[in-house]
Design a protein around this ligand. Structure first.
Ligand SMILES: Nc1ncnc2c1ncn2[C@@H]1O[C@H](COP(=O)(O)OP(=O)(O)O)[C@@H](O)[C@H]1O
Ligand SMILES: [Mg+2]
Length: 198
C-alpha cells in the first residue's frame, strides 16, 4: 500500500495490521487521511447533538466505543475496537477494559459527590481516558470530544474551545497542548484546564 504516514511528538504510530484496516484504499498521503477523518468526526459531532444521552449512558464502555466508531468508522475498520497491541502511550492492552471501568466509576462518583468543579471533572476524565489509550489511533480527538459531551450534556455548560484546533498539525498550539498533557501526567491539571478554555 502506498500510504506514508508521518508521526509527531505525542502521536501513536500504527502498526502494519492497523494500517491494513484503512477502508478507503485510494488514500496515499497524511493530508488526505487527516481530511477524511475530519469529515467523519464532523458527522459524529452531529450525531452527538441529535441525541440526548443520560450520564449513565455516556459514562459506559459501550458509549466510549460507540463514539469512537462514529468518529472513525468510515475510515478504519477497527474503529470502536480496543487495541490489541502495545503503544508508547497507554496501559497494557489487556487491562484496557478494567482501567476504563475504574475511570467510568470514579467519574460517576465525582459527579454525584461534586468532588471537583464541572470543567475539572470533564478534563480529569479526558486526561485519564487518553492515558489509558483504548484504541489504536484517534484517542486524542476522541478524548476531547468525550470531554465536550460531558460538559455539555451532563453539566449543561458550553463546550471547550481547545484553542479552535483539532491538534492534528504539529504547530505551536499542538506543542502547548502536549506540554499541558505532560504536566497533567504529573498531577498538574490546571494548564490543561486553561488550555481547554483558551
Ligand atoms: N504523555 C502523554 N500522556 C497522556 N496522553 C498523551 C501523552 N502524549 C500524548 N498524549 C495524547 O495522545 C494523543 C495522541 O494519540 P492518538 O491516538 O494518535 O490520537 P489522535 O490520533 O487523535 O491525535 C495526543 O493528542 C494526546 O492527547
Ligand atoms: Mg494519531
Amino acid at each position: 500500500m502506498g500510504l506514508k504516514l508521518e508521526y509527531h511528538d505525542g502521536q501513536t504510530p500504527l502498526d502494519e495490521d492497523e494500517k491494513e484496516g484503512l477502508i478507503v484504499k485510494s488514500i496515499t498521503t497524511q493530508g488526505e487521511l487527516d481530511e477524511l477523518e475530519q469529515l467523519n468526526i464532523e458527522k459524529a459531532v452531529i450525531w452527538t447533538i441529535s441525541k440526548k444521552f443520560r450520564k449513565e449512558e455516556i459514562l459506559s464502555e459501550s458509549f466510549v466505543r460507540q463514539l469512537h466508531k462514529k468518529m472513525y468508522g468510515d475510515v478504519w475498520n477497527w474503529a470502536g475496537q480496543f487495541r490489541t497491541t502495545g503503544k508508547n502511550i497507554g496501559v497494557d492492552w489487556f487491562v484496557i477494559g478494567i482501567e476504563l471501568k475504574c475511570l467510568l466509576d470514579d467519574t460517576l462518583y465525582w459527579i454525584e459527590n461534586e468532588t471537583y468543579p464541572p470543567d475539572e471533572i470533564a478534563i480529569r476524565f479526558k486526561h485519564r481516558l487518553v492515558s489509558i489509550h483504548c484504541f489504536p489511533n484517534g484517542n486524542g480527538r476522541h478524548s476531547r470530544l468525550m470531554a465536550d459531551i460531558i460538559i455539555e450534556t451532563i453539566f449543561e455548560q458550553p463546550v471547550f474551545s481547545w484553542h479552535h484546533s483539532n491538534m492534528v498539525k504539529p504547530d505551536e498550539t499542538r506543542r502547548k497542548y502536549i506540554s499541558a498533557v505532560k504536566l497533567a501526567d504529573v498531577g498538574k491539571i490546571e494548564p490543561l484546564l486553561e488550555f481547554a478554555r483558551g
